[in-house]
Design a protein around this ligand. Structure first.
Ligand code: FAD
Length: 285
């Protein structure tokens, strides 16, 4: 089912994300993770695309596994590792397995390696995908502005191009301060962009994960959350509990304020996703 139709037909949606393994030998384990996540009845499960494109086959295979479990899948793809031939093959494998949703991204080439230069921006990729098939295409957006953008406003201008290129929804980068999201949404709406924005929530369940995620994304960590990490960071079970509680609270506040589409960066941890979904089970109904 297309994500645009899922969002249109439900008041509240909650989706999960999984990343593919680096090696084929781990694929069986990833399939089990998909099955565990599917049991939580998310509205869809997204499958990320390895930065260098070397795991594209696994992204397609896991997206297929998601569909086999009866859940809509969202397969990611990036410009930096895609030329026309790679894209054609990827789209053909998705189409053959009935996968209808794609998240079009630019990606970041790791280790300073040379990116493929056929598609520069996610908007170029969205245009190409639109021409090649009947997919529901999504894109990424950044409540604090993309790190390379000169301002949040300039970044939202680029989002307008992405929407005009065929993106039917955006999923946000993680954020830990909902006020930043609300401020972004009002600027986004003022620019006249009328497509749904799905709020991306990253449950931080260990202190190391926070350092890594923030370093990669440049996301602001509010004082309230820094204190949690300082106090509980070296107590794994306490940090896990506090991280789940913080993410739960963020989600409840978002839904209370009308942000009804939530994406949980589940980081291949179905147990964490399960606890958050259990915490909002009545709210989701
Ligand atoms: P773009 O939309 O191309 O934007 C990049 C920069 O260019 C921005 O500063 C923007 O303002 C500007 N820009 C955009 N369009 C134009 C235009 N037409 N003209 C001029 N300027 C423009 N990475 C992976 O490798 N694999 C994944 O699976 C993955 N999944 C992600 C999922 C989400 C929800 C998010 C938020 C990020 C994900 N990323 C992933 C990371 C992403 O690839 C990087 O953040 C990357 O730096 C930007 O990707 P983008 O699609 O936003 O790029």
């Amino acid at each position: 089912m297309k994500i645009s139709d899922i969002i249109a037909s439900k008041e509240i949606t909650v989706s999960l994300e999984i990343f593919p393994p680096k090696q084929g030998t781990e694929l069986e384990h990833s399939r089990k993770l998909v099955a565990e996540m599917a049991k939580l009845s998310p509205d869809f499960i997204s499958v990320t695309y390895g930065a260098a494109g070397t795991t594209a086959r696994f992204t397609a295979e896991l997206a297929d596994e998601v569909e086999r479990c009866g859940i809509a899948s969202l397969a990611h793809v990036t410009c930096v590792s895609t030329d026309e031939e790679v894209l054609d093959n990827y789209l053909a494998s998705l189409k053959a397995n009935g996968i209808e949703n794609i998240l079009a991204l630019r990606g970041d080439m790791p280790d300073g390696r040379e990116p493929k230069k056929v598609y520069t921006h996610a908007s170029d990729l969205a245009t190409a995908i639109k021409q090649k098939g009947d997919f529901c295409i999504g894109g990424a957006c950044y409540p604090e502005g993309h790190p390379e953008a000169t301002s949040v406003s300039a970044d939202i201008d680029a989002l307008k191009i992405k929407a005009e290129s065929g993106c039917e929804f955006f999923t946000t980068q993680m954020f830990f301060d909902n006020d930043i999201m609300y401020s972004f949404l009002s600027k986004f709406q003022r620019k006249g962009i009328n497509i749904p924005v799905i709020a991306g929530i990253m449950p931080i369940t260990n202190a190391r994960q926070l350092g890594r995620s923030v370093a990669l994304s440049g996301t602001t960590v509010p004082r309230r959350f820094r204190e949690i990490v300082e106090r509980f960071g070296d107590k794994p079970l306490a940090m896990r509990q506090a991280g789940i509680a913080f993410a739960t609270e963020q989600i409840i506040d978002l839904i209370a304020n009308g942000v009804n589409n939530i994406h949980i960066y589940a980081m291949n941890k179905p147990d964490v996703a399960a606890e958050i979904l259990s915490n909002i089970s009545e709210i989701r109904k």
